[in-house]
Design a protein around this ligand. Structure first.
Ligand SMILES: Cc1ncc(C[n+]2csc(CCOP(=O)(O)OP(=O)(O)O)c2C)c(N)n1
Ligand SMILES: [Mg+2]
Length: 344
């Protein structure tokens, strides 16, 4: 029984094309390049607050981002830089928000992870621990009231986040309402310093899907091909009226919880297992094996990503900082109340 539960529901799986794989790979590469830059800026004291990275989770995040279409709703978490970019977040906005620029998405008024543009279907994270699911579900209910029958919503959650009341309430309600919602559970084996063995007692988080009455899928988060196949199918099923989809992706957090954390508590043997593989390296090998890219083209893509990131940093660094006394931005405010609000 469990074995069947763990299998992704494979109806019609569209084969992954070179175009789609290369597209997703380039978002992964850009996200990794962005995050390496953010880490170095943080170490240099150029960013205040925390910096949280998605190293090792880019394949899941990019695959989810490219499956979403214009008009869909996305609620990314702290490790979703790849998905954010694929969904349409511009590079300059990434750096503006980290520098606290006046023109940043949150006008310098909130931490860099709480950024978004809810009017554009791009939701600002409230907490990492489950509360964003009901926000995305609520946005889908609003769309339903407006007669929108095409949009789907997607959000992610960590293994730790699935043990919260917020997660339970939101996914239960989404199932009752049969919302077109894709919840991607990224099991990176740790919730800050707490390992899976101290978080939950079921053998696989996908078992929970049945309890909620939603469809469950599993994927290897280190394998971009599988991420594209499974997330392609889950988003398709949500789009075609099959209700919420819960996708559990396994991987390993290849970094600390945040840049302030050296992750010394992590079990070192995990990095020697399949879970510990770097999805970016695996994807590079796959591209070469299939003759979809050679090392010259890969180098070209890397150079291009670096250039884009350096240009965005240089531009964002020249912008004026937000004035906390003047800015009144709130992500979910319906009415702007201050005279000093910048309209971009
Ligand atoms: C109520 C509350 N408790 C604790 C925290 C601190 N915190 C933020 S993320 C996190 C762990 C989340 O783990 P998981 O859901 O597995 O996501 P991951 O960080 O692995 O992506 C903790 C403890 C918080 N933000 N809010
Ligand atoms: Mg985790």
């Amino acid at each position: 029984m469990l074995d069947t539960l763990k299998q992704p529901k494979r109806g019609v799986v569209s084969p992954v094309s070179r175009e789609q794989y290369v597209d997703a790979f380039n978002w992964m590469l850009l996200a990794r390049t962005v995050e390496e830059k953010l880490a170095s800026l943080w170490r240099a004291g150029k960013i205040s607050g925390g910096v949280y990275l998605g190293k090792g989770q880019e394949a899941i995040s990019a695959a989810l981002g490219i499956m979403l279409k214009s008009g869909d709703i996305f609620g990314p978490l702290i490790r979703d830089q790849a998905g954010r970019l694929a969904f349409g977040e511009s590079l300059i906005d990434v750096f503006r928000v980290h520098f606290g620029s006046r023109t940043s998405l949150s006008r310098g008024r909130d931490g860099n992870v709480h950024r978004g543009n809810p009017r554009g279907g791009y939701h600002a994270m409230i907490s990492h621990l489950g509360s964003l699911i009901s926000v995305v579900a609520g946005a889908l209910v609003a769309r339903r009231f407006q007669g929108d029958t095409t949009a789907i919503g997607a959000t992610t959650i960590g293994d730790g986040g699935t043990s919260t009341g917020a997660f339970h309430e939101a996914i239960n309600m989404a199932a009752v309402e049969k919302l077109p919602l894709v919840v991607v559970v990224v099991n990176n084996q740790y919730a800050y310093s707490t390992p899976n063995s101290r978080q939950f007692a079921c053998s696989d988080l996908v078992e929970r899907a049945t309890g909620y009455g939603v469809e469950g899928h599993s994927l290897d988060g280190t394998d971009l091909q599988e991420c594209l196949e499974v997330l392609g199918q889950a988003t398709q099923r949500a789009r075609s009226g099959h209700g919420p989809q819960m996708v559990v992706g396994d991987c390993l957090r290849l970094t600390g919880h945040g840049e302030h954390d050296d992750a010394s508590y992590m079990d070192k043997t995990l990095s020697q297992t399949r879970l510990g593989r770097d999805c970016l390296k695996i994807a590079e090998n796959y591209l070469q094996e299939r003759h979809w890219a050679d090392h010259v083209l890969l180098e070209d893509w890397r150079k291009n990503a670096k250039e884009q990131v350096e240009n965005a940093v240089a531009d964002a660094q020249h912008e004026p900082l937000a004035d906390p006394a003047m800015e009144t931005w709130c992500p979910y405010a319906t009415k702007r109340i201050a005279s000093a609000v910048l309209v971009r």
